[in-house]
Ligand binder design. Sequence first.
Ligand SMILES: [Fe+2]
Length: 296
Amino acid sequence: MSACFDSSIDPRLLDREPFKFHHKLMDHPALSLENLTRVIPALPADHVKYSKGLMRNGDDFESAHLQHRSNLSLAETIESIRTSDSYVMVRSPQVHESFHPVFRDLSADVEALLREQFGSRERLLLAPRLYLFIASPNSHTPFHIDRNSTMLLQFRGSKEMVIFPRWEPAVVTHEAREAYAACDNTKLPWSNEKDRFARRFDFRPGDGLHIPFIAGHYVQNGSEDVSISMSIIFNTPESQAQLNALQFNHRVRPWMARLGMQPTPVGTSAGRDTLKSNLWRAHMKLSRSLGAGEPA
Ligand SMILES: [Fe+2]
């Protein structure tokens, strides 16, 4: 029996298709505005990014807090969130004790779903973390991809969630996806023709949504209220291998291009992705042991 999700979730769809469900955390005390107002300013400063000004598809979401730097303090931003066109993103609020129970319950529920999907292999839930998002009415989260899987839960306000197929090169080219996975270039080109691949989800308080690993998405918040949402993000052994394989491809692509070749796209062969992942892990381990730090 899940503490956080309703029973409608089909675990076989995890990291295959986006899907909606309902969550059971609407009245959770950690998510009350009083608790958020108390907890967010008390977190380490590097856990909180906030920006001002509406963003558009084509903007670099990962550097939005630098390009759209706010002249307001964090406290002023939260206080004026209804009218200030602001966006607050909180990484790992689970370091605060008021989020310990909800983090534990969500982690256990996702692990149980993964066990249903993949069987009883050890450690299926890798690096779970919470994120909080507080956004002004009408704010827009630009088109981007994430290096993890997401279960997003809505608590206040409404959104339209727009999600794209994971490996479709007409949405994100193989080169762009690999560069994004390697954190080398996080600005994704956008044109409205990509919308023909979109699946759109109306998202309201009490709703949950699964965004599969590496699936492109953007978010349009409704005009009627501030939006408060929380996600648990995670990897699985499969998505971690695909992430490693994307980084491997990013590294070898220029070398192969000189020979008139290109790497097989990730997501087309699980065996090949695992092989690349193992090679990438060995390469990273060797680089670390040689004291070279993170390879460029
Ligand atoms: Fe995202």
